[in-house]
Design a protein around this ligand. Structure first.
Ligand code: NAD
Ligand code: UGA
Length: 469
């Protein structure tokens, strides 16, 4: 029986390994993590992450060929293939702070693998890493080797949160980069054989190591660039009377462009787009490619601009001040169908409103009060580091309340900001919400999900991204 061990039981490690276990009954899969609390949650009825369809998959395999364990070394020792799916945050200090990827967790994982291994292993980079990381990892592994052959593969993950299970079951492609040596190619074939249990052969792409590593950063940069392009266009729409939804539809109908990732929004969020573009910028700068770095910086600048433009719109529409006014925030997660708040645009929007002394009442169906308070107290980039590097127990921000109902959040509010596109926000009783709000009642739709005409008929003053006012 082939044995797989995955280091890192997070948003990638957990779901990815669950699907491998589901589709490969002949493979034993063990997911390990240095956080025993996270492992305990994976072994409980309350999984540590919310992802549609994940519960069913985990429950059907757990205890059969899928295991979650804190005994990291034992399972590394026993594994034939080791996936490394640890976090690779943006560095917060030292060389490259604010841009470069922090490979501390990766490096310590590699050193541990080198220490405990007693047999040949395939080590798979699942985390998103800077191009050429495999070379560094190879150095760590081979310098500490005791005659053991390690083959490093790059197998970046392309799943998106909220649709992870579908993305994993039916991927557009699986990318595997390996050394162009006979041993390297043999390792590529071994990993291909795992995916071939459910992924059609023509969707499994083999490349050299550096192409695979760079393709991951490139894919995220291009996806984010599309959003920044349409968001930049949304500002021009507002200035000219064009409607960004109509413009995006017309543009996306061009088969060379396609319709996906052209939804204007309050800005993209999530743990990876910004992190990976900053990483790409840093690599360009290190290679003296200033113009290329500046090109990608533009994607992040427009994203920041979009978030501050939204805050400015709220404040300026509400007679230039939100001081002391109750603002309801509907949605805090960075997108629907996830409880993940990492780099959510809601953090910047809420901080902006708090800066103007608003009182904020937040409702999100999947995010807890504790998480929201922590997010609003934390410094940029600190969220992806272990608890000892984060504020200990942030004192709750008094002007922020978190409630478990959209009607409670909007009661007596002067304005409503929709920051996540949860389906339930489309079907709220907006007449009831309007009746219970201060007048004039404002709605600022950061996700373009409400029926603007209908809401205007009810009496709301509505602002939607990129739509005529
Ligand atoms: P995460 O923070 O949810 O999970 C990482 C886990 O690794 C944590 O539980 C941490 O405790 C654990 N860890 C750290 N060092 C370890 C070690 N030495 N041994 C064992 N466990 C260790 O992160 P994530 O969202 O799963 O992302 C992981 C990587 O995958 C990142 O590089 C990210 O860029 C990439 N990625 C993420 C997504 C996504 O949707 N979240 C998608 C594609 C790629
Ligand atoms: C993204 C990529 O889509 C995945 O392929 C990749 O594996 C992953 O990053 C990663 O490397 O972590 P994810 O961040 O989970 O996935 O979610 P997306 O669906 O890409 O959304 C990212 C952000 O962009 C969200 O805030 C979303 O609301 C926003 N978005 C997305 C828009 O504003 N407009 C769009 O048209 C699409």
């Amino acid at each position: 029986m082939v044995k797989i061990c995955c280091l890192g039981a997070g948003y990638v490690g957990g779901p990815t390994m669950a699907i491998i276990a589901l589709k490969c009954p002949a493979i034993e899969v063990v997911v390990v993590d240095i956080s025993s609390a996270r492992i305990a949650a994976w072994n409980s009825d309350q999984l540590p992450i919310y992802e549609p369809g994940l519960d069913e998959v985990v429950k059907s395999c757990r205890g059969k060929n899928l295991f979650f364990s804190s005994d990291v070394e034992k399972h590394v020792l026993e594994a034939d293939i080791i996936f490394v799916s640890v976090n690779t945050p943006t560095k917060t200090r030292g060389l490259g702070a604010g841009k470069a990827a922090d490979l501390t967790y990766w490096e310590s994982a590699a050193r541990m693998i080198a220490d405990v291994s007693r047999s040949d292993k395939i080590v798979v980079e699942k985390s998103t890493v800077p191009v050429k990381t495999a070379e560094a990892i190879e150095k760590i592994l081979t310098h500490n080797t005791k005659g053991i052959n390690f083959q490093i593969l790059s197998n970046p993950e392309f799943l998106a949160e909220g649709t992870a299970i579908q993305d994993l079951l039916n991927p557009d492609r699986v990318l595997i980069g390996g050394r162009e040596t006979p041993e390297g190619q043999k390792a590529v074939e071994a990993l291909k054989a795992v995916y071939a249990n459910w992924v059609p052969e023509d969707r499994i792409i083999a490349t050299n190591l550096w192409s695979a590593e760079l393709s991951k950063l490139a894919a995220n940069a291009v996806l984010a660039q599309r959003i920044s392009s349409v968001n930049a266009m949304s500002a021009l729409c507002e200035a000219t009377g064009a409607d960004v939804t109509e413009v995006a539809y017309a543009v996306g109908k061009d088969s060379r462009i396609g319709p996906k990732f052209l939804n204007a929004s309050v800005g993209f969020g999530g743990s990876c787009f910004q992190k990976d573009i900053l990483n790409l910028i840093y690599i360009c700068e290190c290679n003296g490619l200033v113009e290329v770095a500046n090109y990608w910086k533009g994607v992040i600048k427009i994203n920041d601009y979009q978030k501050s433009r939204f805050v400015n719109r709220v404040v300026s529409s509400m007679f230039n001040t939100v001081s002391g006014k109750k603002i309801a925030v509907l949605g805090f997660a960075f997108k629907k169908d996830t409880g993940d708040t990492r780099e959510t645009p809601a953090i910047d929007v809420c901080k902006g409103l708090l800066g103007d002394k608003a009182n904020i009442s937040i409702y999100d169906p999947q995010v807890t009060e504790d998480q929201i308070q922590r997010d609003l107290s934390m410094n940029k980039f600190d969220w992806d580091h272990p608890p000892h590097l984060q504020p200990m127990s942030p004192s709750a921000i008094k002007q922020v309340s978190v409630v478990w109902d959209a009607y409670e959040a909007t009661k007596d509010a002067h304005g409503v900001c929709i920051l996540t596109e949860w389906d339930e926000f489309k079907t709220l009783d907006y007449q009831k919400i309007h009746d219970n709000m201060q007048k004039p009642a404002f709605i600022f739709d950061g996700r373009n999900i409400v029926d603007v005409e209908k809401l205007r008929k009810i009496g709301f003053i509505v602002y939607s991204i990129g739509k005529p006012l």
